[in-house]
Design a protein around this ligand. Structure first.
Ligand SMILES: Cc1cc2nc3c(=O)[nH]c(=O)nc-3n(C[C@H](O)[C@H](O)[C@H](O)COP(=O)(O)O)c2cc1C
Length: 335
């Protein structure tokens, strides 16, 4: 039975002067949300893409690999570049450099990464333990750039301070931040359990700036439920897009019409996998792209007959022509 559509969600999201239409975002994902994946997500109707998180310190040192992560094409705009770091002056300097050279539409600050090597430096989710520093970082970045500045945060460090998200989000808004994305898990939860969407509602009720809800949206129905339960202004999808970038088309269709699209065909899965591979090789070269693409190809193949065997074959392949030939032969088997 079709559920009632939610046309109001299709108000484009306005983040400062930046229009996000539809209000669906591809999450920043280290090792995943590179230019190849962003192009594909965009083609399936994603309204805003994020880069992988980039170190503010590495940028200030002029690290070449870090700079390469910031290359993007106009076709994927609007785009947010996500920076991590906890020194206000370093973050401000990095943000100003990024704005001058790459001109992203938005600058996003990471206040959610739970990785031990990141929090050990006081960065990412560690900022949630030090709200004064988090606000100082945001204020410094806001002062340093013209583009709107956004923050992506978790709900807190651990369960001991349940109001962290609401209080910090308010202070970040006061510091000039133009939108907040909330992934309502604490740092100590990592990816365990289910995200607590009631916190998205609480933050939305408190703030005037847009709030983007994130966490555990894996189907069109999840997107509708998150929106109905929280009143969020936009929805961000991470893991639900892995090997399934068409989720943006599916969510958009469901929220517009109340009906579900038929599942994506095996042909489409394989064709998109092939395109993703081609884009990745064009961007990064065979030597880097082929090993990186193995995980994406495994995600695309999930659920197809013989997926485990094909995955093993893929893991043995070291060159682009061989990988392309394998995907082509799988496609022609389907014809
Ligand atoms: C492989 C991977 C890499 C991630 N890298 C980042 C990152 O660079 N910056 C960030 O803010 N969040 C990062 N995240 C968190 C996601 O952006 C998102 O908040 C989280 O996965 C919850 O959303 P989901 O349930 O839709 O996946 C990453 C998540 C995954 C699975």
């Amino acid at each position: 039975m079709p559920q009632s559509p939610a046309p109001q969600l299709w108000q484009p999201l306005a983040i400062g002067s930046v229009r996000v239409d539809p209000p669906l975002c591809l999450a920043p994902m280290a090792g995943v949300s590179d230019e190849a994946f962003r192009i594909i997500a965009k083609d399936y109707g994603c309204g805003l893409v994020f880069t992988e998180m980039v170190s503010s310190r590495a940028l200030c040192y002029g690290n070449r690999h870090t700079e390469e992560m910031l290359e993007f094409s106009d076709a994927v705009r609007p785009i947010a570049v996500q920076l991590f770091g906890s020194e206000p002056d370093v973050m401000a300097q990095a943000a100003a450099r990024v704005e001058k050279r790459w001109r992203p539409d938005l600058l996003d600050i990471n206040m959610g990464c739970p990785a031990p090597k990141v929090v050990a430096n006081g960065d990412g989710a560690a900022l949630l333990k030090d709200p004064a520093r988090a606000v100082a970082v945001a204020a410094a970045v806001v002062r340093a750039v013209h583009a709107p500045v956004t923050v992506k945060m978790r709900s807190g460090w651990d369960q001991s301070a349940p109001d962290t998200a609401v209080d910090l989000a308010q202070r970040l808004q006061d510091a000039g931040v133009a939108a907040i994305t909330l992934h309502p898990r604490t740092r100590s939860q990592f990816y365990g359990g289910h995200s607590d969407w009631s916190l998205i509602r609480r933050v939305k009720e408190r703030l005037q700036i847009p709030v983007i809800g994130n966490g555990d949206v894996a189907t069109p129905e999840d997107a509708l439920t998150m929106w109905q339960q929280t009143g969020c202004d936009g929805i961000m999808i991470g893991r639900g897009a892995l090997g399934a970038p068409w989720i943006f088309r599916e969510v958009q269709h469901f929220l517009r019409t109340g009906s579900l699209l038929p599942p994506v065909s095996a042909q489409e899965r394989l064709s998109v996998a092939l395109r993703h591979l081609r884009l990745a090789v064009a961007q990064k070269g065979e030597r880097v792209a082929v090993p990186e693409m193995r995980k994406h190809l495994a995600w695309y193949l999930k659920g197809l007959p013989g997926a485990a065997r094909i995955r093993q074959q893929i893991n043995q392949i070291a060159t682009y022509p061989d990988l392309e030939a394998l995907l082509r032969s799988l496609l022609s088997d389907l014809a």
